[in-house]
Design a protein around this ligand. Structure first.
Ligand SMILES: [Zn+2]
Length: 63
């Protein structure tokens, strides 16, 4: 897999979100009863850290 290169913005350092690993969502296990059987259902939940875009602004280290 390859992603298109993005031109770096000198004023902004964008880093992958540590919480979701860049996916933009986190797995949310939920216990559900289906047909009388308890089952664990994995549902997607928007990552609260990056609000679903998988990337966050990092800090520009002082030169
Ligand atoms: Zn995230």
């Amino acid at each position: 897999m390859s992603q298109p290169e993005q031109a770096p913005d000198p004023d902004t350092v964008v880093v992958l979100c540590n919480n979701c690993g860049g996916d933009g969502w986190t797995a949310q296990p939920t216990l559900a009863i289906l047909n009388g059987q308890p089952q664990t259902v994995i549902s997607r939940r928007e990552c609260p850290w990056c609000r679903g875009n998988g990337r966050r602004k990092g800090f520009q280290p002082p030169v």
